[in-house]
Design a protein around this ligand. Structure first.
Ligand code: UD1
Length: 430
């Protein structure tokens, strides 16, 4: 298994191109199941999760052609995917694949809507909490699906005449349930209203793409989506939004290491809460038409109190990175995680770098120190692993991160992007 070695202490200066968002690319690729015509997606990031989903979709009969292989990268230089699900050859998504990536469970809604039936493995456990799928199933049942669970599989069947629109109020904001039920509702008969829908930019991106495919959706960007079902969708082209989590991660890396970096192609309106937090910490942020300029020169980092919230609040996917940053703030910070239980696996690893963090239920108290010390650490999940890279950038001496396959799931060429800005970072192949 590959490792990443970082020697801390360098400031970061230069430009980092922001990739297409993983969390948008995944549901967008799944949307190709809804039509026999070709869906073209531009700016798709080259990530392990994207490649795994491509395998899963091929199993269902999706033909994938890729062009625009990036010659060394660059803002918006992701790959272009042409996905064509002329015929769905298999409506079953097996455990072996779904258990490796939770988002693949979202094929359920589209398969059910297009084929009238689907059999999808339950996603199973996850390192950051129990993460059930009850909202997904309740939503699809409300559209008329008959669903039973047998031997770890969800068996779903639509009524004879197809799914039927309904009013669905989600009990709690769920990104995945919104994606899943939205994709089913676009082909249902009549009107569906989704209340308390997730308004994360990735949901808006999916809805925009579905609209380009001929779906009728109102309320995009709000928590109420109104969908008038249509009988079929068509070919479309769509560009994946820039990754706001990658953007926030690099912004925190610059804040931690010091320096001045342009996050090229980033959209500030997709991460206002995180940028506000960084400004309160004393980081200089300028939003320009080229992206977001982040700089911190000699100023101390001020401590902060933050709780994670659904969009537009501070994202849970940046919680670990913010915590790494606060380990060197001048004072005590408090971070409360309200979205997932057990999303604190990075705490014990940051402690190996010398961080002073106390956990109490859903709340972490971080006593800032002047610096961290390099050590061997282990990645435990996607966002936790990148918080260790931030820790490594500020730690004195050498940090080695093992299990970097977690990083590869969601961060494209991270060692190259940071290395180009002056970080001493390298991948050590197994
Ligand atoms: C997505 C993102 C993930 C992000 C999360 C929250 C992708 C690929 N993943 O995950 O990076 O951290 O949103 O912004 O886009 N819940 C239920 N029942 C359900 C569904 C969810 O109780 O049926 C709970 C979850 O346990 C969690 C909360 O709702 O506590 C939010 O989860 P959800 O928004 O669904 O997360 P994902 O879509 O899995």
């Amino acid at each position: 298994m590959d490792r990443i070695r970082i020697v801390g202490g360098n400031t970061l200066n230069g430009t980092i191109p922001i990739s297409g968002a993983k969390n948008a690319a995944l549901p967008l690729m799944i949307a190709s199941l809804l039509t026999p015509e070709t869906l073209t997606l531009k700016n798709v990031p080259n990530l392990a999760d994207v490649n795994l989903l491509a395998r899963i979709l091929r199993n269902h009969g999706v033909d994938l052609a890729v062009d625009g292989k990036r010659p060394g990268g660059g803002g918006g230089a992701g790959e272009t995917f042409h996905l064509t699900a002329r015929e769905i050859v298999d409506t079953r998504a097996p455990y072996e694949l779904v258990s490796r990536m939770r988002a693949s469970f979202w094929v359920l809604g589209p398969l059910l809507a297009r084929c009238g039936e689907a059999c999808v493995s339950l996603p199973g456990g996850c390192a950051i909490g129990t993460r059930p799928v009850d909202f997904h199933l309740d939503g699809l049942r409300a559209l008329g699906a008959e669903i039973d669970i047998d031997a770890g599989y969800v068996n779903a069947r639509a009524p004879r005449g197809g799914l039927v629109g309904n009013r669905i109020a989600f009990e709690k904001v769920s990104v995945g349930a919104t994606h899943n039920v939205l994709m089913a509702a676009v082909l249902a008969n009549g009107e569906t209203v989704l209340e308390n829908a997730a308004c994360e930019p990735e949901v808006g991106d999916l809805a925009d793409c579905l609209r380009a495919m001929g779906a009728k959706i109102d309320g995009i960007g709000t928590s109420t989506l109104t969908i008038q079902g249509v009988s079929g969708l068509e070919a479309a082209r769509h560009t994946v939004v820039p990754d706001r989590i990658e953007t926030g991660t690099f912004a925190m890396a610059v804040a931690a290491a010091g320096g001045d970096v342009l996050l090229e192609g980033a959209k500030g309106e997709h991460l206002s809460a995180a940028l506000d937090v960084l400004r309160q910490c004393g980081v200089t942020i300028n939003e320009t038409n080229r992206g977001i300029q982040v700089s911190r020169k000699d100023a101390d980092l001020k401590p902060i109190e933050v709780e994670t919230q659904p969009f537009p609040g501070f994202p849970t996917d940046l919680q670990a990175q913010l915590m790494a940053l606060m380990t060197i703030a001048a004072g005590t910070s408090v971070i409360r995680e309200t979205i997932f239980e057990n999303r604190f696996m990075h705490v014990q690893e940051l402690a190996r770098l010398g961080a002073d963090i106390t956990l109490n239920g859903d709340t972490a108290t971080i006593n800032g120190k002047p610096g961290l010390t390099g050590a061997q650490v282990m990645a435990t999940d996607l966002r936790a692993s990148v918080s260790l890279a931030i820790g490594g950038l500020i730690a004195d001496g050498e940090t080695t991160i093992s299990r970097v396959y977690h990083l590869d799931r969601g961060f494209e060429r991270i060692e190259e992007k940071l290395g180009n800005c002056g970080a001493e970072i390298e991948r050590i192949a197994a």
